[in-house]
Design a protein around this ligand. Sequence first.
Ligand SMILES: [Zn+2]
Length: 121
Amino acid sequence: MTTNRSLLAQIFAPRCPKCGEGKLFRDSLSIVDACVSCGLVLKHHDAADGPTFFSLVVVGFLVIGCVAFVEMHYEPPLWVHAVIWIPFTIVACIVSLRVFKTIFITFEHRLALLKENDPNA
Ligand SMILES: [Zn+2]
């Protein structure tokens, strides 16, 4: 049994890549050990540093671009930059890490299914 959820639906509401019912995250960034609905063991899905790398690249370019834009157009004092961009960066990192972890685990699961069903493998 594999869910037919689109990747976009999976990103906005991360669920088990197999059944689409159980939650994927235990808390903000931790993956559950196993799906409560179908029992799929998720702790073996190791995305390693992939989500971190992509999150760093995306958030880094986004924050630096926004900081440069605000500085060039409004020239606020340094403390205004700190008040705006430090919390923004923290929230953007958490959100993007969740998105990339979801994408990596979903793709890992779908590729593992492809390998299982490939008669030439
Ligand atoms: Zn499941």
